[in-house]
Design a protein around this ligand. Structure first.
Ligand code: HEC
Ligand code: HEC
Ligand code: HEC
Length: 168
C-alpha cells in the first residue's frame, strides 16, 4: 500500500532535520574558524601552494609520525624522498612578520607554534633545524646530504636526543 512509504519518510524526517541542523552548525563553525562554541581553537596560517604534502586533515593529525618516519628513513637508512622533509614544511608554511621576513620559531606566530602553544606541545627540532627558510648556516638539514659525517651526526643526535623508541 502507498501509506507505508510515507509513514517511513515521516518517521525518518526528524532524524534528517537533526542531521541537517548539525551540518549547518559545522559549516558555520568552519566559516568563522576561530571558535567552537565558546572555546577558542588554533588558527594556523594558510600554507603556500595548492595543497600540503598529504591530505590536510591527515597532516593535521599525523604530521608528527610522518616527520619521525622521514627522519628515520633519511638519517638511518639513507633514503631521501622529499615528501615529508622538514625543510619543505618550513618553506611552504613560513609566516611573514612586519618586516616581510619569515618569523622564527621564537615568534608565537610561527606556523608550528600556532597549534603547539595551544596544545602545550614542545618540540626541540629547531635547536638544530632552521625554523625559517634559507638560513643555510644554521640548518642541520642544510648540510651536504652526501656527507657521511653529517648523516652519522644525524643518526647520533636523533638516536640520543629524541630516541628511536619515539618512532612508534
Ligand atoms: C607545497 C607546500 C607545502 C609543503 C611542502 C607542506 N605543506 Fe602543509 N599545507 C600546505 C597547504 C596548502 C595546506 C592547506 C591549507 C592550509 O590550511 O594551510 C597545508 C596544511 C597543513 C596542515 C593543516 C593546517 C590546518 O589548518 O590545520 C598541517 C598541520 C601541515 N600542513 C603540516 C605540514 C608539515 C609538517 C609539512 C612538512 C612535512 C608540510 N605541511 C609541508 C602546504 C604545504
Ligand atoms: C594543526 C595544528 C598543528 C600544526 C600547525 C603543527 N602541529 Fe605539530 N602537533 C600538533 C599536536 C596537536 C601535537 C600533539 C599530538 C599528540 O600528542 O598526539 C603535535 C605534535 C608534534 C610533534 C611530536 C611532539 C612530541 O613530543 O610528541 C612534532 C615533532 C611536531 N608536532 C612537529 C611539527 C612541526 C615541525 C610543525 C610545523 C612545520 C607542526 N608540528 C605544526 C599540532 C600541530
Ligand atoms: C641535536 C640536533 C637535532 C635535533 C634536536 C633534531 N634534528 Fe633532525 N636532523 C639533525 C641532523 C644532523 C640531521 C641530518 C641532516 C641531513 O642528513 O640532512 C637531521 C635530519 C632530519 C630529517 C631528515 C632531513 C629532512 O630535512 O627532512 C628530518 C625529517 C628531521 N631531522 C626531523 C627532525 C624533527 C621532527 C626533530 C624534532 C622532533 C628533529 N629533527 C630534531 C639534527 C637534529
Amino acid at each position: 500500500m502507498s501509506g507505508g512509504i510515507w509513514y517511513r519518510v515521516k518517521r525518518g524526517l526528524p532524524a534528517l532535520v537533526v542531521a541537517l541542523a548539525a551540518m549547518v552548525v559545522l559549516v558555520a563553525a568552519g566559516a568563522t574558524g576561530a571558535r567552537a562554541g565558546d572555546v577558542p581553537v588554533p588558527e594556523p596560517a594558510k600554507g603556500a601552494g595548492e595543497a600540503c604534502v598529504a591530505d590536510t586533515a591527515f597532516m593535521r593529525r599525523y604530521h608528527m609520525q610522518m616527520l619521525v618516519h622521514q627522519r628515520r628513513d633519511t638519517v638511518h637508512e639513507g633514503i631521501r624522498t622529499e615528501q615529508f622533509s622538514l625543510k619543505g614544511c618550513i618553506e611552504c608554511h613560513q609566516v611573514k612578520g612586519e618586516d616581510g621576513a619569515a618569523v622564527k620559531v621564537s615568534d608565537s606566530r610561527h606556523f608550528c607554534r600556532s597549534c603547539h602553544d595551544y596544545a602545550a606541545v614542545s618540540i626541540d627540532c629547531f635547536e638544530c633545524h632552521a625554523s625559517v627558510p634559507e638560513e643555510a648556516g644554521k640548518s642541520a638539514a642544510a648540510a651536504e646530504p652526501e656527507n657521511e659525517a653529517v648523516a652519522a651526526l644525524g643518526a647520533y643526535v636523533h638516536g640520543k636526543t629524541t630516541g628511536e623508541g619515539a618512532a612508534k
